[in-house]
Design a protein around this ligand. Sequence first.
Ligand code: ZN
Ligand code: ZN
Length: 351
Amino acid sequence: MAGISNGDLADLLATRAESETGFRQKAFKRAARAAFLWPEEASDLLAGARSLEELHSVGPFIGEQLRGWIEHPPARSAARDSLRRLEDFLTVAEARKILARDPTWSERLRGDLHMHTSWSDGSGAVADMAEAADLRGYEYIAITDHSKGLKIAGGIDESELLEQGMEIAAANARLRTADSKLTVLRSIEMNLNPRGEGDMDAAELAKLDLVLGSFHSALRLKEDQTERYLAALRNPDVHVLGHPRGRVYNYRVGLAADWPRVFAEAAKLNKAVEIDCYPDRQDLNVELLKLVAKSGACVSLGTDAHHAWQLEFIELGVAAALKAKILPDRIINFLPLPDLQTWIAELRADR
Ligand SMILES: [Zn+2]
Ligand SMILES: [Zn+2]
């Protein structure tokens, strides 16, 4: 019964969803997404005579389908859909196995540097994210709501960013009185146009603790996009390049570039490229992270959480970094807060 992984099952569920309609289609889609987050391999559960219904989004109907696939694995199609190449996406069950090889990696993690709140398209308040991060024992989190150019995601302008800063200061004051070691950092996920330019006033960005820059447009181009990445990295306001490829599981393959050249530029400028740990993104992925490891560029880990519970996605990114053999001293989330602040101050001094 060995051999079929949660990633395979996610793929089978997603494929099946395409030939279903209505409630059944929804159930297959929901289970396909949940499969990435199941804490154990479904095949292990079955081998241990446990019920597949222990798994999130699995009822009797989906459970029977899964059992059939696990007991009689379908032949893998040779021409696997490039939108969801399994080797490219880790599941939580796989991530936990990878992390178990070196427990020091999970211990080194001090924070999460990408998350959204109800200021843009997230569901929680700053305080909700802080509470969830405090429970995880973090030393810092960065609140990175969308900037004003991304209207579809409720991007915020400079005055809202200032207002949010007051909410963050209040949250930090409450954390101090509660003896928490957590600090909430003021940040933003600034929308970059395809020329690598941001949409926010540089003077306001300079007041933030950290600035992520991400592309959210023209993400389906087939042509080489190296120049846009070089421009984004050279943008003096940007410290971290968010979800670089722009890929989304079963939706979009992401952009192409001369990645060794892009990562060499990041290394030269001492900037960070991100592992967006959101299960459908996992961007950068392990394959490209191996090139990052060679380049010596810094790496930033962020869940891109839109709900407080999604902070748990971080495991997918830590495992990807470990699998790709990124040196721990290149991961900015492993830095104590004062060192993280020094790294940002140095980038600002170099501009
Ligand atoms: Zn984004
Ligand atoms: Zn985001």
